[in-house]
Design a protein around this ligand. Structure first.
Ligand code: ZN
Length: 279
């Protein structure tokens, strides 16, 4: 880490030394990501519809009732309103509640894994975007470009802050592994283009390929490829277990990809170590 970045991270170290400030920082961190949960719901609802994400306050999709601020408190409001619009009593999708809980859970898990650090903040933001991709791709079969752009920005920031290691530090993913991923992803991209040209059929979404580029820079080529393999395994298992009767023609790959990448991000280096140890 260069001196300048070390200087910035010093302040976080200093924060940790004073207990009460540390506790307050953690509370602020959790509250911040709890409030982000509501925003994720806005993204999931509005992005595919092409609606503005900043203009217009939240309203009931059924009766158009403008939701008051105290009816929009993450997690709590859903429970108090018992999952219904206070005006027309129409049910509010359980997704709103799940996404708000997930947003908080992700922040807690990152905190446990990476402590209060720039890494945990950037990882949490990445996983929160994963939640949005999961829902939008599951429902609409697209990954909006803006989400891939946010991931790319997080990835470039991660070049300076995020080094992912195995627990014994034997495997360290650094910026070289991240930069190599760009070359590998160009190769993957070209291979898919050639295959699609030959068989005259689309086999992977453009959004998925763009996601590969951002993720490769974020977690290095090794963890990216591992994540894709995991996504394929999870995808095959789920499609067989839950969708065998529906015979879906086009499968959304995004939800499986974000699951594979998440596992790879947290356990990838240790999984690779374990795998290498088999030989
Ligand atoms: Zn309503």
């Amino acid at each position: 880490m260069n001196k300048y970045l070390y200087f910035i991270s010093m302040s976080l170290e200093e924060i940790k030394e004073i207990k009460i400030v540390y506790i307050l920082a953690i509370i602020f961190y959790l509250l911040f990501f709890l409030s982000i949960g509501s925003f994720l719901n806005v993204l999931i609802y509005r992005l595919p519809k092409g609606l503005s994400i900043i203009k217009n306050s939240s309203h009931c999709p059924n009766c158009g009732y403008k939701i008051k601020w105290y009816e929009n408190i993450p997690i709590i409001s859903y429970l108090l309103l018992r999952g219904k619009c206070s005006n027309c009593k129409e049910k509010i999708a359980i997704r709103y509640f799940i996404v708000e809980i997930l947003s908080l859970l992700i922040a807690i898990i990152s905190l446990i894994r990476f402590d209060l650090s720039y890494t945990s903040i950037i990882v949490t933001l990445l996983l929160e975007i994963f939640v949005v991709i999961f829902y939008i791709d599951k429902n609409e079969m697209i990954i909006p470009d803006v989400l891939n752009i946010i991931i790319l920005i997080l990835s470039i920031i991660s070049l300076f802050f995020v080094n992912i290691t195995s627990h014994n530090q034997e495997i360290i993913i650094d910026y070289k592994d991240k930069l190599i991923s760009i070359v590998i992803n160009i190769v993957i991209f070209v291979i898919f283009i050639i295959i699609e040209k030959i068989i005259q059929k689309s086999i992977i979404g453009g959004g998925d390929l763009k996601l590969f580029f951002g993720i490769g820079i974020f977690m290095g080529w090794q963890l990216e490829l591992l994540g894709i393999v995991l996504a394929c395994i999870i995808g095959v298992v789920f499609e067989i277990l839950f969708f065998k009767t529906s015979k879906r023609k086009v499968l959304p790959f995004g939800p499986y990809l974000v699951c594979g990448f998440t596992i790879s991000l947290f356990f990838g280096p240790d999984l690779i170590l374990w795998y290498l140890g088999l030989f």
